[in-house]
Design a protein around this ligand. Sequence first.
Ligand code: NAP
Length: 277
Amino acid sequence: MRHVTLKSGDKVPVLGVGTWRMGERKGERAAEVAAIKLALDLGIRLVDTAEMYGEGGAEEMLSEALAGRRDEIFLVSKVYPQNASRKGVLAACERSLKRLTTDRLDLYLLHWPGSTPIEETIGAFETLHKDGKIRNWGVSNFDADGMGSVGGAPNGGNCTSNQVLYHLGSRGIEWRLLDACRKADVMVMAYSPLGQGPLLRKPALKAIADKHGVEPAAIALAWVLRHPGVITIPKAVKPEHVRANMAALDVKLDAEDMKALDSAFPPPKRAEALDMT
Ligand code: NAP
């Protein structure tokens, strides 16, 4: 699989899986574990989670799903902004490691901007890095100005990633943020790349999917992955969804496809506030 190389030299596969809305209900755990295991069997090596998802439940579910395979995985988790103080980050990371039954995260993100000065959060991330608890750190839901504040803070240049909403139906980051991240060598992780589902019913997407002999989701993902330095983490529990998403890696969108997609899902004409779920 194609990958992006971080400032640290670590390599991150461009396609992974997300876990929001997982780990919330006991009755769904077996299906969730099976979905993650299927994704790994099909070659996925990037898994995204957060202390927020199921209030720790998604991390606990992953502990089971990744058992015996942790070392093969690039594992990402996130800290709540309300835990972003120095003490708060160190404690939250310990809790995540415990729930995930691992000794380190490959990437740890501030989930969204909060009221703690970013310098303090970065200081805590740097301590965790020095102690070997995290290999890389980054942010999520930061707009171009926010990325400027990160870059200007002490050690802010060590920020390796910004995880933001990006899909065919929400292209605001193309205006400025994508470029700002590229210039700072910050990997963009596109979240909700399927627009959480409804987007996939658009006829224009279906037509291109039929042409390539794949599901609309594979086109939506291949479209996100057309940018160098951008990776993505669709969430899927249904096995047919997990399989359909893998096909994105083999799709090559041509000029005609891109024109049709631009016409059905126009790029931004002006600066927009960063979209979030
Ligand atoms: P998404 O990946 O865009 O969409 C997930 C939905 O699409 C689920 O309902 C899933 O159904 C369905 N789906 C998956 N594959 C499909 C396919 N091939 N065909 C049709 N439907 C399909 O939305 P998301 O979960 O919001 O985003 C992905 C991940 O990004 C999250 O899980 C999370 O890890 C991360 N995220 C981060 C933030 C942040 O603030 N940093 C915010 C949101 C999300 P089934 O599950 O039933 O298969």
